[in-house]
Design a protein around this ligand. Sequence first.
Ligand code: FAD
Length: 361
Amino acid sequence: MTKKRIVVIGAGVAGLTTALLLSERSGYRITVAAKHMPGDYDAEYASPWAGANYMPVSIRGSMAAEWDKKTWAWLLDLAMNRPESGVHLQECEIYSRAKDNGSATADWFSELLAPNPWFKDIVPNFRDITQDTLIAGVESAKSFTSVCINTAIYLPWLVSQCLKNSVTFRRANFKHILEASKGIQLGGPFDLVVNCTGLMASQLGGVEDKSLVPARGQIVVVSNNASKMISISGTDDGDDEACYVMTRAAGGGTVLGGSYQKGNWDPQVDPNLAVRIMKRAVELCPDLTGGKGIEHLDVIRHGVGLRPVREGGTRVEKERIGDTLVVHNYGAGGAGYQSSFGCAQTAVDLIEEALGTGAKL
Ligand code: FAD
């Protein structure tokens, strides 16, 4: 049987996970074509900047919660059995302050902060932290076992798993999605295009999704270690600033965040924000510096990534554009890793459905 030719646009966590899961099914010749590849750093390429951890913000009963649930099983398996993937287990604490109610960060975290979140039955060791051990200003808190993903290892690992399954990788920057389907220099034409272009789906011809906005995330990566991951519902420095700490697997350093600045496309590091991020982090997590100030942080890198936030949530859908079959998987906002496996699985099912029943689209 002739293999179906598929081009996946995008080599972020969405594109690579979709390509990997599709390559595990038979009957496909897959090319991943992207402007940015693992190893590159650019604000519009969100994946390398993520912490990245599993702290679900999806709402109970939603499709997004289903995707997150499926992804937990995948990430747990990697952490337990595949250390070469750069995923490890870490304890995680979430702190909640009443005064943050209604802020951008608290809204984004609403399910995470809920007293009875849907994921409490799937992550290990979920518990409320007792009142008498809470730090000043925090009214309630919970803890559970989660994972932290070293993106500098995980993204290349996904590439290597794809290469093992004969997926081809090419650099390309498309102005229009139909350029990809013709894909003359890429070994096309292709039977189907998978659109995993993240935030840039807002500008890709044929898609131009105007419901996508950036949520700018600024981070500092330091070589200091933290014994657990900590996040809090807000900060005293601004509605759209955030505070979290997570130590990556295998010497990847500790990521200090951050911000959630919706509509802000600025790719440059704001040095004042960087100082606020570091000050908040050492206050929240004194074991980073043994209780000392930010001059005791050893900075590896400052960075900015733009989360691909889509009103209405991640788009995992099939569509016919002109005479080209397309499956979309973009717009995961701040949850691209924790939903990656579930979204990719749905995308792969849609690819199979579209190629089997394309005329009904
Ligand atoms: P991207 O990683 O942006 O990849 C898009 C790909 O498409 C790139 O390869 C790009 O080059 C390519 N592309 C785009 N347009 C074109 C074109 N026209 N032609 C060719 N190629 C194109 N998520 C979590 O789950 N947990 C976390 O802890 C977490 N923390 C985060 C912290 C920060 C600071 C940030 C910025 C994000 C965080 N996220 C987290 C969110 C996560 O990083 C994103 O949801 C995810 O990376 C999006 O992946 P993607 O593959 O959809 O997009």
